[in-house]
Design a binder for this molecule. Structure first.
Ligand code: SF4
Ligand code: SF4
Length: 71
């Protein structure tokens, strides 16, 4: 499995801090809404993720888990 993140959509409040923090600019707020009525964040191009953890650290709701791949 390559680098990627998982976002707990129902923890997300759509604040956009992770979007701003990602040095690869591969997180966006999506079109769909979660159970709380927020546009939740999604990772749009996992193949470019460097597993730097910036998104996870920036999230005030601890909604993001980063997985570091083997390659
Ligand atoms: S781990 Fe780093 S590169 Fe990957 S999505 Fe998060 S901020 Fe972006
Ligand atoms: S920082 Fe957390 S709460 Fe804010 S948009 Fe990103 S995943 Fe959602």
């Amino acid at each position: 499995m390559a680098n990627h993140i998982e976002i707990d959509r129902d923890r997300c409040k759509g604040c956009g801090l992770c979007v701003a923090s990602c040095p690869r600019q591969i997180i966006e707020l999506g079109r769909d809404i979660n159970a709380k009525g927020y546009h939740f964040a999604v990772q749009v191009d996992p193949s470019r993720c460097i597993a730097c953890q910036m998104c996870a650290v920036s999230c005030p709701d601890v909604a993001i888990t980063v997985y570091r791949g083997r390659k």
